[in-house]
Design a protein around this ligand. Structure first.
Ligand code: PEP
Ligand code: MN
Length: 444
């Protein structure tokens, strides 16, 4: 049975995208402390999610994974968390109705505080400072003090994640997730005159279906309690290792910082510390696959992380870009499928489609997002494999970070309400529009 790595063993492995802390003794003190803190999630919950993802891999469920690119301490508020949940639950209603299979709901939430960066430094005018790497590592403000890598932030993200999870758990079991209430956001959205007639019809069908269920006496709990899981990129090795724990029932290891952990496109080296750490835990794992991925690389990652072919263990989150998905994805999918392995295939239509607007904002175009999703569905249709879900960066607020969509946000609108600390997110209406778009593909 795998055991947890020691600090020394982990630190001796190749590792990318890690903080450079000025005081290594301070890091050890923080790690000592985190090792004594209780787990944030429980082994049984991670097992339940893995079983649900096994259904995604078998074509019997659909995954909706979404949330901020990066959470920040400032946004750990009831309203913000409620908004993110509400938009995902609204999307899930539409997707469930369209797919006619369960929708597995997973947030990029309660732990998504560390970011890989393509550049180590950021320059404004004649000042160059370390890049912002997420609230887990340094501050967003462009000043030298804020940008220092500070290990005590690891305890703060633990606490922020605990507070977030606590509220999420209360919301989804306490009546907030009631299907009838959740669907009101969809109704508001389709009430907008720019939205296609077809979406209005779909929302009305869902209304009738909900009324029918209530009339049939479907019990209140079935309509109002859901399972919602937490996921994040397991980027920060010191933090993730300190929260890797032995489950007292099974004696097996679990990452207890979140239910599902994923490995990013930049840190999935086969001999690296990220892959080694996650190969030892039982959680369901996501693996991001970008446009340069070869079938051999995907197979080698699956073999290393899931040698026993455990159902639901591997979710490949492909993020090829709208222009490449149709060329690159078929070989990767067919290569993996030819090994006989069953994985969940999920589309991240965000990370391959980022560009800089003329006014300097990092943005994404809604048409590109939809185009990548369409390419993903087309490829799976052609191969006879199941398009198992979507992974999106979104928020429940009316931000202006991505261009396009029914309300036709333009590049000059970006300045109005650009709040992300990292990548641009779909706002509430763009998220719901994406759900309706995916729904039409699922109904074909
Ligand atoms: C992300 O999901 O925010 C991210 C950095 O993705 P990727 O690893 O796919 O670039
Ligand atoms: Mn991102």
């Amino acid at each position: 049975m795998p055991t947890n790595m020691s600090r020394e063993e982990m630190r001796s492995l190749p590792m990318l995208q890690q903080p450079t802390y000025p005081d290594l003794n301070a890091v050890d003190r923080v790690v000592d402390q985190i090792e004594t803190l209780p787990p944030l999630v429980f082994a049984g919950e991670a097992d339940d999610l893995r079983e649900k993802l096994a259904d995604v891999a078998r074509g019997r469920a659909f995954l909706l994974q979404g949330g901020d690119c990066a959470e920040s301490f400032e946004t750990v508020t009831a309203d913000n968390i409620k908004g993110k949940l509400m938009v995902q639950l609204s999307m899930a209603v539409v997707l469930t109705y369209a797919a006619q299979v369960p929708v597995v709901k997973v947030g990029r939430i309660a732990g998504q505080y560390a970011k890989p960066r393509s550049k180590d430094t950021e320059t404004r005018g004649d000042v160059t400072l370390p890049s912002y790497r997420g609230d887990a590592i340094n501050g967003f403000a462009f000043d030298a003090e804020a940008r220092v890598h500070d290990p005590s932030r690891l305890v703060r993200i633990y606490n922020a994640s605990a507070a977030t999870l606590n509220l999420v758990r209360a919301f989804v079991k306490g009546g907030f997730a009631d299907l009838r209430g959740v669907h009101t956001w969809n109704r508001d959205f389709v009430g907008n005159s720019q939205v296609e007639q077809e979406y209005e019809e779909l929302a009305a069908e869902i209304d009738r279906a909900l009324a029918f269920m209530v009339a049939c006496g479907v019990d209140d709990r079935a309509l109002s309690e859901i399972d919602f899981y937490a996921s994040h990129e397991a980027l920060l090795l010191e933090y993730e290792r300190a929260l890797t724990r032995v489950d007292s029932r099974s004696q097996k290891l679990y990452g207890t910082s979140g239910h599902m952990l994923w490995i990013g496109e930049r840190t999935r080296q086969l001999d690296g510390a990220h892959v080694e750490l996650l190969s030892r835990v039982q959680n369901p794992l996501g693996i991001k696959l970008g446009p340069t991925t070869t079938p051999e690389q995907a197979i080698a990652l699956a073999d290393k992380l899931d040698p026993d072919h455990v159902p639901g263990r591997i979710t490949f989150i492909t993020r090829m870009g709208a222009g490449k998905v149709r060329d690159v994805l078929p070989d990767v999918v067919s290569g993996v499928e030819a090994t006989g392995r069953k994985v969940a295939w999920v589309c991240d239509p965000m990370h391959g489609n980022t560009f800089e607007a003329v006014n300097g904002y990092k943005t994404r175009a809604f048409v590109d997002v939809v185009e990548e999703v369409n390419g993903f569905f087309d490829v799976h249709d052609q191969l006879g494999t199941w398009p198992g879900g979507i992974h999106v960066e979104l928020t429940g607020d009316d931000v202006t970070e991505c261009v396009g969509g029914a309300t036709q946000l333009s590049e000059s609108d970006l300045a109005t309400r650009y709040e992300t600390v990292c990548d641009p997110r779909l706002n509430r209406n763009q998220s719901l529009e994406l759900a309706f778009t995916v729904a039409t593909r699922l109904r074909e």
